[in-house]
Design a protein around this ligand. Structure first.
Ligand SMILES: Nc1ncnc2c1ncn2[C@@H]1O[C@H](COP(=O)(O)OP(=O)(O)OP(=O)(O)O)[C@@H](O)[C@H]1O
Ligand SMILES: [Mg+2]
Length: 407
């Protein structure tokens, strides 16, 4: 009988991971509150439960495990719910991270406190209880600051305190995005930003995903912090990349991940490496499913799935077989009603365009861009090297026209 994998969350970006699991000969069940979610449609079976509803997801998984097929592994792909995954794996006695690790990985305050006490470099941070508290902090601090909800994702409510920033309104925005109503303030560290993705095998960290993040629209979307894709291989010199990998490994050890995946957000400020966040899950934005394999030739999601099933991945499988250029960009049409979308088929047909997804259709309303899920589409191009991939992706972006009419 096929082994069974439960995937928590069935959003669009999860589908390539589900298809990968099925190709590996697994029976895939997806849990999602929406039975019509793309992941539920792609899966062999689905369970109806919100990814954030830990109790219900556990109850559904236990029922399924008892009455239908025994579940061999649980994972989330491009969905930030490691705590839900950890509760299921702990309840069913499956491989996975501990509940303690899951809490540290989803609570930015607890995570940073842990990092600080373990000597993992993080930007200066402080919990702020009120807008007044934030105001005091801003007055007594010369450094640029950034606020964020303690437990959200997708850059929702992540705001830079730029000149003229409304501290009271901004604090409320950040707080409203926190399910527990908590906000932290941090030093905003300028410098190159990097996304990493690692697989941990018996405590040994293999950082195979390493992408420069593009923040060319920092001012356009200010005070929001909206990433516009990235490029691989990194432009950073090898010794800095090694420093990043070293700090990433220490952060992963600090969280207590012995076997599993970890997605890092890292900044290099004045030559020093700081961890902004380390998530105990597979990345979103098609980094794990597309960019890493395109860049390195490594079947990263396959390796992560096998780890979730309790298999030990051979380090050889985590060794890059190539270093292809890969570049990703997002679409940011002007706010308004979408009137027409042109050029998509022609761009998708180009051999160097590995992936192109437009997430809006005529008639949709494009609002202001205030988080990552608000982006209107994504394109990933390859190239002989980084520069070649970059020019291919820029051409793809300029040849697709999402025309909007202001309302
Ligand atoms: N202290 C900081 N210094 C510099 N940049 C920061 C800082 N904090 C956050 N950022 C930038 O803002 C982005 C979003 O912040 P953060 O990762 O904390 O929020 P998030 O909601 O988890 O976003 P995502 O899901 O995109 O990772 C970071 O990836 C980073 O680029
Ligand atoms: Mg983050």
């Amino acid at each position: 009988m096929k082994r069974t994998l439960l995937v928590v969350g069935g959003a669009t970006e999860t589908v390539p991971g589900i298809l990968r699991a099925q190709k590996m000969g697994l029976h895939v069940i997806v849990s999602d509150m929406n039975p019509l979610a793309p992941g539920c449609i792609a899966a062999d079976e689905y369970l109806v439960s919100s990814t954030y509803d830990v109790e219900k997801t556990v109850a559904e998984a236990v029922q399924y495990n008892k009455n239908r097929r025994s579940i061999d592994g649980v994972i989330c792909i491009a969905t930030d719910v490691p705590h839900t995954v950890a509760h299921v794996s702990n309840e069913l006695g499956l491989p996975g991270i501990s509940l303690k690790t899951a809490i540290l990985a989803t609570d930015k305050l607890a995570m940073k406190q842990r990092f600080r006490s373990d000597g993992v470099p993080v930007p200066w941070f402080k919990s702020v209880d009120s807008a007044r508290d934030l105001e005091m902090c801003a007055k007594s601090n010369d450094f640029p600051l950034i606020i964020k909800p303690v437990d959200s994702r997708g850059a929702r409510g992540v705001l830079r305190l730029i000149p003229g920033f409304d501290l009271y309104g901004g604090f409320e925005v950040a707080r409203a995005h926190s399910p527990t109503g908590r906000v932290i303030v941090e030093h905003y560290l300028e410098g190159p930003q990097v996304s990493t993705e690692s697989l941990v095998v018996n405590g040994k960290v293999f950082t195979v995903g390493f992408s420069d993040r593009n923040y060319e629209f920092l001012e356009r979307f200010a005070p929001h912090v909206i990433e516009n894709g990235g490029e691989l291989p990194s432009f950073l010199p090898a010794y800095i990349q090694d420093k990043v990998k070293d700090v990433v490994a220490r952060a992963i050890q600090s969280l207590g991940i012995k076997n599993g995946v970890a997605k890092g957000d890292v900044v290099i400020h004045n030559g020093d490496v700081y961890v902004i966040e380390m998530a105990a899950r597979l990345s979103g934005g098609y980094f794990c499913t597309h960019e890493i394999p395109l860049n390195t030739g490594i079947d990263f999601v396959g390796a992560a799935i096998r780890t979730a099933l309790g298999e030990k991945v051979n380090p050889k499988e985590l060794t890059p077989t190539r270093n292809q250029g890969v570049a990703q960009r997002y679409f940011f049409p002007r706010p308004g009603k979408v009137i027409s979308i042109k050029g998509v088929k022609e761009v998708q047909a180009r051999p160097e365009v590995a992936f192109c997804e437009i997430r809006v259709k005529p008639g949709d309303i494009i609002g202001p861009i205030d988080s990552h899920p608000a982006r209107a589409g994504v394109v990933i191009a390859t190239g002989a090297d980084r520069e070649d991939a970059l020019s291919n992706v820029k051409k793809a972006v300029s040849d697709i026209h999402i025309i909007t009419q202001s309302q």
